[in-house]
Design a protein around this ligand. Structure first.
Ligand code: WTA
Length: 635
């Protein structure tokens, strides 16, 4: 029995049990058989969740790009590694073979080295979904620099915060980006951000849309001429297993984003192993994940996981609605996509459109469907299953997080019987626990609680960049010796898990995690705003939308409320990005607070969701009268 390739349900249980009984042996066998190492590890695992400290494959030496590129050159050099589908459906798709990818990553590595980037330096990548994004990411890994990819939908302020937090000395960006029939001035956003970033010496600019942009002397350089002069060889830097591979920011419950740090060997092993099994990957497949590489899903399941398996991975630059809502299905048909990995919010948006968009295309190539990012509702699950998978492609509902680096709970297709809205069972090596509010583990089935993980897995984030204490406080303090996910979950009668949603101040809107604090901080910058509170409310397509309760400073004066609403959303767009705009803004005279001054978000959530039959206990409030006023004026 090979641990690497799980073929049926019985085998899953055997492998799972082995992974719990002897985790070190289990992971060692996988690491040994399926990857190339420059030096073997001295110790498979050392860990202490109380510090917290986790190390996998200590002493080993490797370069992840050798595993993702070089080792495939001999046997599949001419196979497509990255299949780039541009925004414009009439532009040809680009097939980048493993040979070509090697050449382009090496050239990019040489350019970065020439620009003075050394091992351990941080490189910010702020690019649209074009091949250079994957190539720059891999080039950083090849030279040992730590990449920090920032989703190119974030605003200049959000970008500046991320650049400064990790002291990036170089930014890779493009003149602009395409989004459906619009273009976005990315370089303008970078210029604005860099006014606040003294540490950035160089920006490398990809010419994507051919716009006439300002280039700052001495700082901004067009990338292509540099690539043209670079040689197509670059000896990979030999990295320690625990050297940081990348930083990726995620929202938290305070204003400052958390720079999650992932290290090299464990991340690689886990991303590759989960990819192989959870997508039932086979040699001839054309795998497509619709996420952006600016998010963890793109890191692990567009770039590293697929390439480590020598797969063909599709990168799509555009949006599901351009030129019409048939675009996803057109791409599936055109490239004979075998696995489609997308988000519930996209599924819901597509399900609302005329079914002919789906039916006009031949989707018979599809074998496995995936979903990620938020709980998938039953209706969306069935629509996906019936219309896209034609009831024959298993849906893998994959639960995981930026912090976990790879998929944690998910069916294994053709193994695990699926159940709508259930992520089902833990992947080998993952030991979940449900905890009650007193910190006790809830055993048995048909229970719900807070989802924790008891034992380290190879791709757990190692720290928050520059703030290990915050890492400990956020993830390892709520429950002793456990990693706390921030999610609630239930376990059904057969032990299947269903993730019920966040139990903290993070709201998932269209699959994007948004902390309430950063949005409130942004709103409070408006000179007319005294205080604000953000909650989520159910939304047909986005899953959740944002509802803002805002107290104005000058209550007596009548102001144009619609104008104020626009200004508030404008401030949010500037500070965070358009994804964090509020759907509804209600002006209130006060917010329900406890005697200790904490806003009772539970009540505000119920009011926003029009679920006020049972508001729970309001007697502990400092100002119970405000609740009625808010209810009377709810939007
Ligand atoms: C949520 C995305 C239910 C969850 C990979 C988690 C999910 C957060 C699922 C992490 C799922 C992700 N079912 N909820 N299949 N997948 N989530 O960091 O709340 O962007 O904590 O990572 O998304 O979001 P992140």
């Amino acid at each position: 029995m090979s641990n690497y390739n799980i073929k049926h349900f019985e085998e899953y249980f055997q492998i799972y049990r082995k992974s719990v009984r002897d985790p070190e042996l289990f992971w060692e066998e996988i690491a040994e058989e399926h990857f190339v190492w420059r030096k073997r590890w001295d110790k498979v695992l050392s860990w202490d969740f109380s510090k917290p400290e986790v190390k996998w494959f200590e002493g080993a030496k490797l370069n992840i790009t050798e595993n993702c590129i070089d080792r495939h050159l001999r046997t599949k050099g001419d196979k497509t590694a990255i299949l780039f589908e541009p925004n414009d459906p009439n532009s040809p798709a680009e097939h980048i073979t493993y040979k070509k990818l090697h050449e382009r990553v090496c050239k990019m590595s040489n350019v970065l080295r020439d620009q003075g980037v050394q091992k351990g330096d941080r490189v910010c990548i702020y690019l649209p979904m074009i091949p250079e994004l994957a190539i720059a990411t891999l080039a950083c890994a090849r030279i040992g620099a730590i990449h920090s990819v920032v989703f190119a939908g974030f605003s200049s302020t959000a970008l500046a915060t991320r650049i400064n937090d990790s002291d990036c000395k170089i930014v890779i960006t493009s003149d602009g980006s395409y989004r459906g029939n619009k273009t976005i001035d990315l370089k303008g956003i970078v210029d604005e951000a860099l006014e606040q970033c003294n540490g950035v010496e160089t920006t490398l600019v990809v010419n994507r849309i051919g716009s006439d942009i300002a280039m700052k002397d001495g700082r901004d350089k067009w990338l292509q001429p540099l690539l043209d002069q670079a040689i197509p060889h670059f000896e990979p830097e030999i990295m320690d297993a625990e050297d940081p591979l990348f930083i990726l920011y995620t929202s938290g419950s305070t204003g400052k984003p958390k720079g999650m740090v992932h290290s090299t060997a464990g991340y690689m092993v886990y991303a590759a192993y989960t990819f192989k099994n959870i997508f039932n990957y086979k040699e001839q497949d054309v795998y497509w994940c619709t996420a952006d590489i600016g998010w963890i899903t793109g890191h692990s399941y567009i770039v590293y996981g697929p390439l480590a398996n020598g797969a063909t991975t599709v990168m799509f630059e555009g949006v599901p609605s351009y030129p019409d809502f048939g675009r996803f299905w057109e791409i599936v048909e055109k490239h004979k996509v075998t696995q489609l990995y997308t988000a519930p919010t996209a599924i819901r948006a597509l399900a609302k459109e005329n079914i002919e968009f789906v039916e006009n295309h031949d989707l018979s190539s599809l074998r496995v469907l995936g979903t990620v990012g938020e709980p998938i509702n039953e209706e969306a699950w069935h629509w996906y299953n019936d219309n896209v998978g034609k009831k024959k492609s298993p849906i893998v509902d994959t639960w995981w997080q930026t912090e976990t680096g790879g998929i944690m709970i998910s069916p294994i297709p053709f193994c695990t019987p699926t159940k709508p809205t259930y992520a089902t069972l833990p992947f080998p090596g993952i030991q979940p626990a449900l905890m009650d509010e007193n910190g006790e583990e809830i055993k048995g089935n048909q229970v719900d609680g807070r989802l924790c993980i008891k034992f380290p897995w190879p791709s757990i984030a190692r720290t928050i960049w520059g703030d290990h204490q915050r890492y400990k406080d956020t993830y390892f303090s709520a429950f002793k010796d456990m990693y706390f996910t921030g999610d609630g979950a239930l376990r059904d009668e057969v032990g299947y898990y269903r993730i019920t949603g966040r139990v903290d101040d993070v709201i998932i809107v269209s699959g994007h995690n948004l902390g309430t604090a950063p949005i409130e901080d942004a709103i409070n910058e408006h000179q007319a705003v005294a205080e604000s509170a953000i909650v989520g409310f159910p939304h047909d397509i986005k899953g959740n939308a944002l509802y803002g309760y805002v107290i104005l400073k000058e209550t007596g004066e009548s102001r144009d409320q619609d104008n104020l609403r626009k200004e508030i959303n404008q401030i949010i767009t500037e500070h965070i990005g358009p994804i964090a705009k509020l759907d509804k803004i209600q002006f209130v005279s006060g917010l329900p607070k406890t005697r200790s001054g904490k806003i009772m978000r539970r009540i505000l959530r119920k009011i926003a969701g029009k679920d006020t039959d049972n508001l729970g206990d309001t007697s502990t409030l400092l100002n119970p009268e405000v609740v009625q006023e808010i209810m009377d004026n709810v939007l």
